[in-house]
Design a protein around this ligand. Structure first.
Ligand code: PEP
Ligand code: MN
Length: 339
């Protein structure tokens, strides 16, 4: 952290700024230029309240020179993180991880049919919501624990690892037993109590979706919460953000994929389904995501999208998913990856 003093600060104001920095646990290096005096913090400035420091009468400006996330930061961990799945596939690494399945688990026949078809097309894992965060309390809320049982059956039938969303801390033990990748939904990205406990109580990979209106730094700080708790296994998921545009459900921020790949070592997957809200856009946006450097995708696939209980309009049929996987192949090769 660097503090720039105002042009005509008094000696008392200088001492006040120095004391405020020292109280935050750092040593202070004073450099007096002809026009500007700058105070440099030596040590970890994380405890210093920037806003308060900037309010001091002699202080012109406070600038942070390092990012507030450390464990998620590529500076301190230059190599890409690669997370193994129980079926031998990985999230991160040369081969793309495509996670596919319905928005919600609806029945045994539905989830097994979808699981078998996406596995044949080359999916690395099966998604399916058992606990659904719906905007309306009157909409289908998911089959809850019964949904988890059905996911388990689909895993037994296909060998595909299970990716499903957790909504509260009370389910962590249950998820520890039967889920392979725990999804934290966009609406829970800043549920700090949930993030802390997912850090402390499990080492299962956490697929952390970007919040609806979250900045890249807020998203990385949420990953940091999980990692600081003791779970280093985090996957970032860009799923579209809120903008003024209403034609698409959200706006897919592909530049965020490049940004977080540069800022962090964590694997990044893209969810084109929730980003666009329209099935016909999913294949092209998936190709674009791979071109942008995503390590994988999470795509909604339903055996009967017209009658889906949730998100039918953005769900691919199993045939459309097969076509998506073929379309990804040349793009993946172009950027040194494989499907
Ligand atoms: C989902 O994946 O089904 C979901 C609800 O996603 P999001 O949290 O990104 O809206
Ligand atoms: Mn959905």
């Amino acid at each position: 952290m660097v503090v720039i003093m105002k042009p005509h600060f008094t000696p008392e104001q200088l001492q006040e700024a120095i004391q405020a920095m020292k109280a935050g646990g750092v040593e202070v290096n004073i450099s007096r230029g002809t026009e500007t005096t700058v105070l440099g913090a030596e040590g970890n400035a994380a405890q210093i309240d920037e806003e308060l420091l900037e309010q001091l009468p002699g202080v012109e400006k406070v600038m942070r020179v390092t990012e507030p996330y450390k464990k998620a930061n590529r500076k301190y961990h230059p190599d890409d993180t690669v997370l193994p799945l129980p079926n031998g596939r990985t999230i991160g690494g040369k081969r793309l991880a495509v996670i596919a399945g319905p928005c919600s688990v609806e029945s045994e026949a539905q989830i097994i049919e979808v699981a078998q078809s996406v596995r044949e097309s080359g999916a690395a894992a099966l998604r399916g919501g058992a606990f659904k965060p719906r905007t309306s309390p009157y909409s289908f809320q998911g089959l809850e624990c019964e949904g988890l049982n059905l996911l388990q059956k689909a895993k037994e039938a296909t060998g595909l690892p299970i990716v499903t969303e957790i909504m509260g801390t009370e389910y962590i033990e249950l998820f520890e037993e039967c889920v392979d990748v725990i999804q934290v939904g966009a609406r829970n990205m800043q549920n700090f109590d949930l993030l802390k406990k997912l850090g402390r109580k499990t080492t299962k990979p956490i697929l952390l979706k970007r919040g609806l209106s979250s900045t890249i730094e807020e998203w990385l700080m949420s990953a940091e919460y999980i990692m600081a708790g003791g779970n280093p296994n985090v996957i970032l998921c860009e799923r579209g953000i809120r903008t003024f545009e209403t034609y698409t459900r959200n706006t897919l921020d592909l530049s965020a994929v490049l940004a977080v790949k540069q800022l962090s070592h964590l694997p990044v997957v893209v969810d084109p389904s929730h980003a666009c809200g329209k099935a016909w856009m999913v294949e092209r946006m998936s190709m674009a995501a791979v071109a942008a450097g995503a390590d994988g995708l999470i795509v909604e696939v339903h055996n009967d999208p017209k009658n889906a209980l949730c998100d039918g309009a953005q769900s691919l049929t199993p045939e459309a998913f097969r076509s998506l996987m073929s379309a990804l192949d040349p793009v993946a090769r172009c950027v040194g990856r494989e499907v």
